[in-house]
Design a protein around this ligand. Sequence first.
Ligand code: RP5
Ligand code: MG
Ligand code: MG
Length: 278
Amino acid sequence: ILQHVKARYGIYPRSTIQRFSVPDDKVSWNVEYKEYNPPNYTSASIYGKPWADPDITDSNFKPKWNSLDGNVNRKSHMGLYQITNGYPINPLGRTGICGRGVLGRWGPNHAADPVVTRWKRLNNGEMEIDKLNNKPILQFVAIKRGDTGEWALPGGMVDPGEKVAATAVREFQEEAMNSLVATEEQKAKWSEIFYKFFSGGVEVYSGYVDDPRNTDNSWMETVAYNFHDHDGSTVGKLKLNAGDDAVGVRWVDITPDIKLYASHKDIVEEVSKRLLLE
Ligand code: RP5
Ligand code: MG
Ligand code: MG
């Protein structure tokens, strides 16, 4: 991701706040923008939440920027970020809004994204070939986000102390398999079938996400892992079931015209590129 766009336009999510206009040539902090006067917004809904930081002005809050701060990872995948007047600064530039918005952490908010893939098959089990480029068609599991209604990777936030690869698997199971309401028996059966599949994740991206919730002081970062069912025999056969904050789930063909939440199109295209080369 070289420039953010979705983190720069329109009304801030779950609010009526209009972002301050930031033209393409004024995104970089290195370019002077004297008139820049973004609204300051932190949603009341995050105050006091266990996953959220206190306010920066809170005297008990002594964050260790750019480091592993106890169980909370305040390091960025993008290198060292600046601190100005005590506030961490978005490494991709101006967003037209300051404060935390609806994000819990000042600085990087770490997520993980599972990209679960299979080859598209015909009813007879044979791989379908795209007539335009003579290549097989890759499909991935997408969820429909409850907040924006957009199709997305079934990702989620890394819990304090949690291994990022474990987050990716947990979020897949919560959002695409509805594991939060599954019985112990069901979960035991799944872990038997899927243990091997979910231990074979390949990291395909780590870095900034162009998420509409980002602000000048808080932003999303992710590590995306690919889990590929090469013969469609394991997860490829699973009955998907939307859960947690997902309101839909399905296998989606990765095609050039695909539209997805945040930077998820870049991530699935990277996976498709890699698997088609193998
Ligand atoms: C995106 O937000 C990440 O790529 C990940 O998919 C998601 C995590 O946030 P929630 O799904 O928990 O809202 O930036
Ligand atoms: Mg989730
Ligand atoms: Mg999620």
